[in-house]
Design a protein around this ligand. Structure first.
Ligand code: HMN
Length: 288
């Protein structure tokens, strides 16, 4: 499951319905143009926490139908409703997804025993593999090396999507679990994460910056750190512009200029103003 994954966006129409044609085009774009190794389906980038269970299923079904065996797939089924996670986990496993991921349960201050039970329940009930999705800046859930170790002791819990800037923790986790998969979750810190030995990366911006991310991966593998640093600078120029302009909406508008019907974001996210749309179009002209 190693490699570079786009965290897949979900194209919506103006009424917040899934645009199947756009979703299929986006899957193909990531495979054929961005040349990704994998897709992370149903993550934050997919606006997953704003859609119903049925819509999540629809996304999972369309994506695997379009992707077939052309790209690796990870299905994010995490939810603070554990019953929904299990239902989705079983659903995607039946569809043929070979690996799940689940965000650490958030909002309530779940204790570690509850978090452990959440992961163990999902892998037990689905029989599938699991990548822990750790993103403390959004969930408020911080785990230490020992706690990661307790989860990773389960052979079906095969790795961590590490979306944090704590590189001391990343280094400790890498050293402690050399045989588990670690994915970097912050695109703007791809190079430092690679230098600490991550097995891959999962990111929203790779839907439009995947080729630059690939160059960084290749330059690090060739031990050309200076070259990799220049590419990370370029990547971060784009990421900074995306974050300033509205991340998902701007990526979607950039994709639209490439003929991918990436559509709108779903409420409560608002559409871009005309001014911001124009900025997104300029970014696409400059970087795509
Ligand atoms: C997902 O769940 O969709 C992604 O894996 C999340 C991914 O880590 C992204 N994080 C968020 O959007 C919160 C990053 O790619 C992020 O968008 C990027 O580094 C820009 O900050």
């Amino acid at each position: 499951m190693k490699g570079l994954y786009s965290a897949l966006l979900t194209p919506f129409d103006k009424n917040g319905n899934i645009d199947e044609r756009g979703l299929r085009e986006l899957v193909r774009y990531n495979i054929d143009v961005m040349k990704m190794d994998g897709l992370y389906v149903g993550g934050s980038t997919g606006e997953n926490f704003m859609i119903s269970t049925d819509m999540k299923k629809e996304v999972f079904r369309i994506v695997i139908d379009e992707a077939k065996d052309d790209i690796k797939l990870i299905a994010q089924v995490g939810s603070i409703n554990l019953y929904e996670s299990v239902e989705l986990g079983k659903y995607v496993t039946d569809l043929g997804y070979k690996c799940l991921s689940a965000v650490t349960p958030f909002y309530y201050k779940f204790n570690f025993a509850e978090i452990k039970n959440y992961y163990e329940t999902i892998v037990r009930e689905t029989g599938n593999k699991m990548v822990i999705y750790s993103i403390p800046f959004l969930t408020g859930v911080n785990m230490n090396v020992a706690q990661f170790g307790e989860l990773l002791a389960n052979p079906n819990i095969i790795g961590i999507k590490f979306t944090a800037g704590d590189f001391y923790l990343l280094e400790r986790v890498r050293k402690a679990f050399p045989d588990k998969l670690i994915f970097a979750g912050f695109d703007e810190m791809l190079l430092p994460a690679l230098s600490l030995g991550v097995d891959g990366a999962i990111g929203s911006t790779y839907n439009v910056t995947g080729k630059i991310a690939r160059e960084i991966v290749d330059l690090v593998a060739a031990k050309d750190l200076e070259g990799a640093f220049k590419k990370q600078n370029l990547l971060n120029d784009i990421i900074e512009a995306l974050l300033n302009n509205g991340l998902y909406q701007t990526i979607k508008t950039m994709l639209e200029t490439q003929g991918v019907h990436a559509g709108e974001c779903r409420l409560p996210m608002l559409p871009l103003s005309e001014e911001k749309k124009a900025i997104a179009v300029e970014l696409a002209k400059k970087y795509l």
